[in-house]
Design a protein around this ligand. Structure first.
Ligand code: ADP
Ligand code: MG
Length: 386
């Protein structure tokens, strides 16, 4: 079953709504330490509260492997949400079972029920039909507001849609609207990509290649390209398995104009020194952790030409003060060109964290923490959750 628009939701009064959200937030000592994603879904929750529905909220948290893991319980998230909403929320210490069923049965309109981490169940990860059917049996209507997992074949975003009338949530709809603008972009379209998830991102570059004017690379992603340009990258982060895709892209006629690689990098040397170097001078014993000043300057010129900008993935190991400059420079450039000169879209967990660290989120036209899903969608890949 395909998803229908939020605006086409039927009369909701007294209905039980299964709301799939992405509240995969950082937690330390059983406390939420970053509430950005929670505030993003508040609008949908408040809407459903006004409509007097019973809201069943479900999310994944971390990389739970199909079994219970105390550190990945969603209870702290439920508590935090209750505080923001100033409302009692019933946390259920299981995903599905007799307690869940009993609580939902006795729930009244306006009640919020919060389920335990979906990924504690193997059926979730396997997109299992039986599990999806059980989830569906809890509710009358399904709403997906979790773009971040909509590129995955998992029960709570994919299989569940077979068993319930399904709708997109308010957040998801605003995200898809922004992506439409990028799918039909004003050119030049400049894409900046970096980060550590090379294996998932390399195929996406191939997908985005055709539509883009330039793709500027940094982070681990750039290292892999540098390597196949026969440059030394020492001990830097790199993904051998992406070689095939990269080599294929290198055969494209416009490769050299489109794929832009760092001219210089910041390395950590064997002696523990931090040094900017031309990419030709990297030693076997060096580790690349950032793009260098000449690269920032060159990328800045490309970014200023753009009418549409997409950025995903830090340019370096920005969590470390020594290797922060490249990512922060790109963040400032993208933010300052957005909202006016160019339509700017920034996605990805760490990328958004970098942008937030300099308080520049508001300057960017559209910000999504769903990095992988955003790039899958923009690259035309299948989205089982949509
Ligand atoms: P996002 O979540 O924004 O999509 P990724 O998850 O792909 O980005 O990657 C983010 C991580 O990549 C950051 O934690 C950063 O430290 C790391 N990173 C970027 N460049 C490098 C590098 N050259 N070497 C090691 N780690 C890097
Ligand atoms: Mg990440």
């Amino acid at each position: 079953m395909n998803m229908q628009k939020f605006s086409s939701l039927p009369n909701l009064e007294n209905k039980r709504v299964f709301l799939r959200v992405d509240l995969n937030v950082p937690i330390k000592d059983k406390k939420v330490i970053d509430d950005y994603k929670i505030y993003k879904v508040i609008k949908t929750i408040e809407f459903l509260l006004r409509k007097k529905t019973v809201i069943i909220i479900a999310t994944h948290l971390g990389k739970a492997k199909g079994r219970y893991n105390e550190d990945l319980s969603t209870e702290p998230i439920a508590k935090y949400l209750a505080k923001i909403l100033d409302k009692k929320i019933k946390f259920i210490p299981e995903v599905i079972g007799s307690v869940t069923k009993k609580e939902i049965k006795s729930a009244k309109p306006g009640d919020i029920i919060f389920l335990e981490n979906l990924r504690f169940k193997k059926g979730e990860l396997d997109n299992d039909d039986k599990f999806a059917k059980e989830l569906a049996s809890l509710a009358d209507i399904y709403i997906n507001d979790a773009l971040a997992v909509s590129h995955r074949k998992q029960a709570s975003v994919a299989a569940i849609k077979k068993y319930l009338p399904s709708y997109s949530g308010l957040l998801l709809e605003s995200e898809l609207k922004a992506f439409e603008r990028v799918l039909n972009p004003k050119k030049p379209l400049v894409i900046i990509m970096g980060g550590a998830k090379i294996k998932t991102k390399a195929p996406l570059i191939a997908n985005l290649y055709k539509n883009s004017t330039r793709i500027l690379l940094g982070g681990g992603l750039a290292n892999s390209f540098l390597k196949y340009n026969k440059l030394e990258i020492g001990k830097s982060l790199c993904d051998e398995e992406s070689a095939k895709i990269i080599k294929k892209m290198m055969k494209e006629k416009s490769y050299k104009q489109k794929i832009i690689l760092p001219l210089d990098v910041v390395v950590l040397t064997k002696e523990g020194r931090v040094q900017a170097k031309d990419v030709k001078n990297v030693l076997k014993t060096d580790t690349i952790f950032d793009i260098g000043p000449a690269t920032i300057s060159a990328y800045s010129a490309y970014i200023k030409e753009a009418q549409t900008l997409i950025w995903n993935g830090p340019m370096g190991k920005f969590e470390d003060l020594d290797f922060r400059a490249g990512t922060i420079a790109i963040a400032i450039l993208v933010a300052s060109r957005s909202s006016g000169h160019a339509y700017g879209v920034v996605g990805g967990g760490e990328t958004v964290a970098a942008l937030r660290s300099i308080r520049m989120i508001e300057y960017v036209d559209f910000v999504s923490t769903a990095g992988g899903a955003m790039l899958s969608y923009l690259g035309g890949e299948e989205m089982p959750g949509l």
